[in-house]
Design a binder for this molecule. Structure first.
Ligand code: FAD
Length: 551
């Protein structure tokens, strides 16, 4: 596929040459840099690009040009390439025009001339815009294609995995698209094995497991070293925060993730209560930023690798992965978070991925356009899911077990204001029905005991969470639900727990085994919030550092 284009337009040839040189130096590998000396000529060129089905990622345009101003050019150009990012090059005198154009052409940024040094004044801005463009752009399709049915769990898992890794793909529903069906039949002899993933190099994977898929799309699944200063299990906000601090201070750090980075926060359509983002930030955006930050500091992040067990050997803390390999370290952080409870009623397991989804509003929501869907749960995650789904569904009914949702006030207000959302209080889900896909659900009012059967295209379940502490549950002290005790919670009559071998008490966020720490939703006493997880990850690193110094 041809490289996406970065257009730069300036009538002053010395400025144009200088921008071109700076752009080429940083982005030339990934993008085609097209310098043009007038807006009119550039519009002609755009037409040719459209005919060749090429993509434009960014327009970097001088505002002050004789034939056509930068804003006038952008007005025309975005008709052809609405997804391209727009940056205006301005002099101080053009500031007002630039500010006006923020609304007129949805300008993304205006840069003051001169922009030197580009490392400080040009690249950080353009890189962020281009990263954002990459995530949201719909490329003319020559990329990965996933062919399956809406009702196959493994199709859902593959789509979810790619989405959570922010890897673009095209979904081909073989029930609706006969060409796609033929394509699948040509590859999967059994026909029933779905999905089939088609790659641009002509290779295919039939019903791949996530590790196979991760390797094929170029994600890291194996550690580069046998030993690290710090191993972090789990790449939710707690794990990533700790890794960023560890990497930034020069420690060898690796993060092991069984699914995709971001954890629960990564599946949030909009986090509105995280400091510094007054209009909210989506979980995938926050994750993308955190992953780039960690990688920039040299942290390795393994995807689709489950940590199965942690154990201690002398001064080493060792993690065994699902493929049998072992990674050892001096300090281990368990940041494995929590997962939603699964429904236990008859039929629910078979319909998972075929109409019943656990918190996966993101990947499946748009398939339920103009249909009636249900959300189970009344906490923040359920409320966000309902609000997100209401953008697509005809109606979203939220089943709340208690008399009120337990979500934060701003979310309850949003639920109540939303015309498409109905809240059913004091309501229990008691049954699910459907042959191959979810068709109906049975609900009961817990006050009147009245039951009701409702047609349901899909149901998104956000009920309760349980800690994912299995890798250390035999090793460190946990409460009866599996939440890991740390720091002062381990002390009994001011004394450290039985078996504790050191003179000092456990550090804050240290577990009952020296050198093994826990942070975030998996920890006893945490507050199940993004900010708490991030804070705990950072604090855990500070104490891991103390621990490492003591070795
Ligand atoms: C839909 C939704 C919306 C939310 N919205 C908000 C909000 O608006 N504001 C807010 O403050 N909070 C919100 N939360 C809560 C917040 O996301 C969590 O409190 C936070 O993500 C906890 O972070 P964590 O790092 O402790 O764990 P998690 O985010 O749960 O991450 C843990 C990670 O560890 C991985 N893992 C688990 N076990 C293993 C293993 N054995 N091997 C390898 N990897 C493993 C998991 O796959 C996961 O990626 C929301 C949660 C959900 C589900």
């Amino acid at each position: 596929m041809p490289k996406p284009v970065i257009f730069t337009i300036d009538d002053d040839s010395s400025v144009l040459n200088s921008v071109e040189r700076d752009l080429r130096a940083r982005y030339g590998q990934e993008y085609r840099i097209l310098p043009i000396d007038s807006g009119k000529a550039a519009l002609g060129y755009l037409k040719r690009l459209q005919q060749r089905n090429e993509t434009v990622a960014l327009f970097l345009v001088d505002q002050r040009m004789p034939e056509m101003s930068g804003v006038e050019f952008l007005e025309e150009a975005i008709k052809a390439y609405p997804q391209a990012k727009r940056v205006l090059l301005t002099a101080y005198a053009d500031t007002q025009a630039a500010i006006d154009s923020i609304n007129e052409v949805r300008l993304d940024y205006y840069l003051m001339k001169p922009w030197h040094p580009p490392e400080e004044r040009l690249y950080p801005i353009l890189t962020e815009l281009l990263e954002d463009w990459k995530i949201h752009v719909r490329l003319p399709y020559e990329g990965i294609r996933v062919a399956g049915t809406l009702w196959s769990l493994s199709s859902h898992q593959v789509k979810d995995f790619l989405t959570r890794h922010q890897i673009p793909y095209q979904w081909l529903d073989i029930e609706k698209d006969s060409n796609a069906r033929q394509l699948v039949e040509g590859v999967s002899s059994e026909g029933s094995k779905l999905p089939v993933v088609f790659f641009p190099d002509g290779k295919t994977l039939v019903q791949p497991d996530l590790k196979e898929l991760a390797e094929k799309v170029g994600l890291q699944t194996r550690a580069a070293l046998p030993f690290y200063d710090i191993v972090v299990v789990g790449s939710g906000p707690a794990g990533l925060a700790s890794a960023v601090y560890a990497g930034s201070e020069g420690y060898h750090c690796i993060v092991i993730e069984k699914a995709a980075p971001g954890g629960q926060a990564g599946s949030s359509p909009k986090i509105e209560n995280y400091l510094g983002f007054p209009t909210g930030i989506s979980g995938d955006d926050l994750t993308r930023r955190a992953v780039s930050q960690a990688k920039r500091f040299g942290v390795e992040i393994l995807s689709a690798q489950e940590a199965k067990q942690a154990f201690v050997k002398d001064a080493y803390r060792i993690v065994r992965l699902s493929d049998g390999t072992e990674i050892s370290c001096h300090a281990l952080l368990v940041a494995t978070g929590a997962s939603f409870h699964m429904l236990k009623m008859p039929g629910a397991a078979q319909l998972t991925g075929a109409g019943i989804y656990y918190g996966a509003a993101y990947t499946e929501a748009m398939h339920y356009k103009d249909q009636n869907v249900f959300v189970v749960g009344g906490a923040n995650s359920a409320a966000q899911g309902a609000i997100y789904l209401s953008q697509f569904a005809r109606k979203v009914t939220v089943l709340i077990r208690g008399p009120q949702p337990t979500a934060s006030k701003y979310l309850i207000d949003a639920l109540e204001e939303n015309q498409k959302i109905e809240l059913l209080h004091n309501t229990d889900l008691i049954g699910v029905k459907g042959m191959n896909t979810l068709e109906q659900i049975i609900i009961k009012n817990t006050i009147s005991d009245e039951t009701q059967t409702c047609d349901a295209a899909a149901m998104f379940v956000f009920i309760g969470v349980r800690p994912q502490s299995q890798i250390v549950s035999d090793l460190v002290k946990c409460d009866e639900k599996g939440y890991i005790f740390t720091g002062a919670d381990l002390l009994l009559d001011k004394k450290p727990p039985q078996g504790w071998t050191l003179e000092r008490d456990p550090f804050l966020l240290e577990t009952s085994i020296p050198g093994i720490f826990a942070a975030g939703d998996v920890r006893f006493g945490t507050s199940h919030r993004v900010a708490s997880a991030v804070g705990e990850g950072a604090i855990a690193f500070a104490f891991m550092k103390e621990y490492l110094k003591s070795l």
